[in-house]
Ligand binder design. Structure first.
Ligand code: ZN
Length: 301
């Protein structure tokens, strides 16, 4: 939470208040039931569990082994069967860097594109997140991301006993290796960062893609999920897919217009940030907009 105090003649003084632990962590004893076989923890990030009679799948680890241990303990409490699978929606440290806290028999599965990305950018991102705060630095101390036990190309299906899980990789969007998870029996979509609830898509660097993101949303639409468990923000239903798409199409259309008019990418970023703030007042934070605009400009070349 940011608190701003207006001081006479001195402008505004802004300080960050709140509980940094809660912001960077996954709370213990806070599991909520989503559907017959799916559970979630709302934290940073959200964690999802799919529980079958034979095996449990955990989606994402939390930031570093301290959060990973909480996530793994909750998996053991929920489990009905002996086998434990872990998957990561993408390689960013709050999603993947808690893996070492999981028990030795954990079967780690992820798309090969994501595993390649870990080799290419894993350490860079651990260093980047560590540099953002002392707390991150401590949480990520000594973390190395390991090779998955199972890698798949575009799709894998896990039979957990009484419930199946489909894991997809359909190309780059937030990262090169974004994974999407669907539980057909419960009609639950676990889309990582790809479908969120009133949060601007985050496209931090040249590995992200607006066109790729829109194509993922088009492929998700026919699944018509009843429940969506995004990685960040509040849980929702299948209508989130269309809302995400409409927002992104809006940004893309306006950015292309501005590009055609000769507006610089920096100027267009600033302009759209304020335009969209007015158009989508209940969306939380427009700061990621300039990077989305940058991606639109790059893709239009
Ligand atoms: Zn991310």
């Amino acid at each position: 939470m940011r608190l701003c105090i207006k001081l006479f003649l001195l402008g505004a003084l802004c300080v960050t208040i709140g509980l940094p632990q809660a912001q960077q962590g996954v709370p213990e004893n806070a599991v909520t039931r989503v559907s017959d076989h799916v559970y979630a923890i709302i934290g940073f990030p959200n964690i999802a569990y799919v529980v079958g009679t034979r095996a449990t799948l955990v989606v994402d680890t939390g930031m570093g082994p301290r959060n990973g241990a909480i996530v793994a303990r909750e998996a053991q409490r929920l489990a009905k069967g002996p086998a434990l699978y872990l998957t990561t929606t993408h390689f960013h440290p709050e999603h993947a860097a808690g893996e070492s806290a999981f028990p030795a028999n954990t079967i780690l599965i992820r798309p090969s594109a994501q595993q390649d990305e870990i080799g290419r950018r894993g350490t860079e991102y651990i260093d980047l997140f560590s540099s953002r705060s002392a707390q991150n630095k401590e949480l990520l101390q000594g973390v190395k991301l390991r090779q998955a036990d199972i890698v798949f190309d575009r799709e894998a299906t896990l039979d957990l006993g009484g419930v199946t899980v489909r894991l997809f990789w359909w190309g780059a969007a937030h990262t090169k290796g974004d994974e999407l998870i669907f539980v057909p029996e419960d009609s639950v979509l676990i889309p990582g960062d790809i479908v969120q609830n009133k949060l601007v898509p985050n496209m931090p660097n040249e590995d992200a893609s607006v066109k790729g993101w829109l194509s993922l949303l088009d492929q998700l639409e026919p699944l018509k999920p009843r429940y969506v468990v995004p990685d960040h923000g509040a849980l929702g239903d299948g209508s989130l897919i269309g809302k995400e798409r409409a927002f992104l199409v809006d940004v893309q259309r306006r950015a292309l217009e501005l590009k055609r008019q000769g507006t610089s990418v920096e100027e267009a970023g600033k302009l759209l940030q304020s335009e969209l703030k007015a158009k989508y007042p209940d969306w939380e934070n427009m700061n990621p907009i300039p990077n989305v605009v940058r991606r639109v400009y790059e893709e239009a070349r």
